[in-house]
Design a protein around this ligand. Structure first.
Ligand SMILES: Nc1nc2c(c(=O)[nH]1)N[C@H]1C(S)=C(S)[C@@H](COP(=O)(O)O)O[C@H]1N2
Ligand SMILES: [Mo]
Length: 221
């Protein structure tokens, strides 16, 4: 949050943010159990059929024609892909479950987009790159370890269930990191920054866990 990413406070859903901070304080939904990954619903989660919208309350309108994805920092080949260049990359479709820290899980989401491993192939992270921060058009940021991003099931998605991702869900392009709580999956992504040192970001400095593994209930920290 060191740069000018901070959203205008008037535009933020202050109430939602305050209540999520209170959840972190109270340890809400923590069960104290952990579940084996063979079981599909992580501890403390309930399955939903719809797809809730969760964000800071700022829905940026991002015209794909003006959208650009910058990957920079500790990489040997920085890229700045405009829409056509992004869509010209090899495409994958992968199905995964969403686990939101507010307690809902949504199974079987078919995402289409660019595989994270392809992006890594292109940019070639420098040997000392260990961490990533995603920057989004609404001012949101979130951090993950580079090895989590390289996990094989991660992608930069432009479509969900075969349809272009709706703007409320982060279109034109969002990150999808299935093995982490969903706040790690940045909507409206515009920049992927590669770093040597970790940089806890929006929720990670507001009471939420740095790693966010739903199976061990890394909700707060
Ligand atoms: N840019 C951006 N990405 C974001 C957020 C946000 O506020 N801004 N919220 C995160 C949180 S807390 C969740 S739970 C998911 C929600 O995604 P959805 O609205 O598509 O369900 O997006 C994550 N990615
Ligand atoms: Mo969330």
């Amino acid at each position: 949050m060191a740069d000018d990413d901070t959203p205008k406070s008037g535009a933020i859903k202050e109430k939602l943010i305050r209540s999520k901070q209170a959840w972190a304080r109270d340890g809400r939904l923590l069960t104290g159990h952990s579940a084996p990954p063979a079981q599909r619903l992580p501890p403390g989660q309930r399955k939903v059929e719809d797809w809730p919208v969760l964000d800071l309350g700022v829905t940026p309108s991002v015209d794909p024609k003006k959208w650009k994805l910058v990957c920079d920092g500790l990489v040997q080949n920085p890229v700045a892909w405009e829409w056509d260049a992004f869509m010209a990359q090899p495409q994958v479709t992968m199905t995964s479950d969403i686990h939101c820290v507010t307690g809902w899980s949504r199974f079987d989401n078919a995402w289409t987009g660019v595989h994270a491993l392809h992006l890594l192939d292109v940019v070639q992270p420098a040997p000392d790159a260990r961490h990533i921060v995603f920057h989004s058009h609404d001012g949101y940021t979130t951090n993950v370890r580079l090895d989590y991003f390289a996990d094989g099931d991660v992608l930069l998605a432009h479509s969900w269930q075969g349809q272009p991702l709706e703007i409320e869900h982060g279109g034109p392009v969002r990150v999808v990191i299935p093995k982490r709580y969903f706040w790690k999956s940045a909507k409206w992504v515009r920049r992927i920054e590669f770093l040597a040192e970790d940089r806890p970001s929006y929720w990670e400095v507001n009471g939420y866990h740095n790693e966010a593994d739903p199976w061990t209930e890394e909700r707060y920290g």
